[in-house]
Design a protein around this ligand. Structure first.
Ligand code: TYD
Length: 222
């Protein structure tokens, strides 16, 4: 099993690439579960609702960080670890890197504090691979606008932040990827879904993770 996280700016196509990976895993008879943050548990979904609902009080950056971390602690203990324990692949839409990027980079909480809280919430459980779908802020915003028109859903308070905020978020993701190249795969989210799916497949094959069964985790953390 492996713990794979998908990160990127809003509108970077994380959900589509996750779907593609689930198809590849199905083809190899590999058991998987997909999940997301904030959320992934009942309590986590309630926290998500608190964080992202429209029209309510905007949380202070520290309050916001603690809520994301609370959701994460519950998620790790009651969903992610048990599923890895059952030898399933866990595919997660966002994880601790998002807190470093959005609350650290974007909302300027110190990196050390976010790292400490991430470690506390996860008790050291790291993703085996974090896939960053890198996208320019300009395209991310265009895609979000189109999505809002299609779904008639207004942006949450994070999505409605300005260009400078999203630039910092993007840079934080890229910095994190540069610091741990073995744990990150950076893909250009401007490529077509087919190209992205092929690149991911190639990378997982290179890492020798895509076999009929993957019995032991590629790296520590559990
Ligand atoms: P969502 O609608 O799921 O956005 P996306 O589809 O892009 O993932 O909302 C999740 C939002 O929460 C997103 O704007 C990023 C933000 N977020 C943080 O700010 N910190 C975090 O630790 C996490 C997990 C998410």
């Amino acid at each position: 099993m492996a713990f794979i996280v998908f990160e990127g700016l809003d509108g970077s196509g994380k959900t589509s690439l996750m779907r593609e990976l689930t198809k590849q895993l199905d083809g190899l008879n590999i058991a998987w579960v997909e999940t997301r943050e904030p959320g992934g548990t009942r309590l986590g979904d309630e926290i998500r609702e608190l964080l992202l609902r429209q029209g309510s009080e905007i949380p202070h950056p520290r309050t916001e960080l603690l809520l994301y971390e609370a959701s994460r602690a519950q998620h790790v203990e009651t969903f992610i670890r048990p599923n890895l324990g059952q030898k399933k692949w866990v595919l997660c839409d966002r994880y601790s890197a998002s807190s470093l990027a959005f609350q650290g980079g974007g909302r300027a909480i110190s990196t050390e504090e976010v790292i400490w809280l991430n470690r506390f919430a996860t008790q050291g459980l790291q993703a085996d691979l974090t896939i960053l779908l890198d996208l320019s802020v300009e395209i991310s915003m265009k895609r979000q606008k189109n999505r809002q028109i299609q779904t008639s859903q207004p942006a949450n308070h994070i999505k409605s932040k300005n260009i400078a905020f999203h630039e910092k978020v993007r840079q934080s993701f890229l910095d994190q990827a540069r610091q741990e190249p073995n744990r990150w795969l950076v893909l250009s989210a401007e490529k077509s879904p087919q190209e992205l799916s092929l690149e991911l497949h190639h990378e997982l094959r290179l890492r020798r993770w895509l076999f009929k069964r993957f019995y032991s985790r590629p790296s520590g953390g559990l």
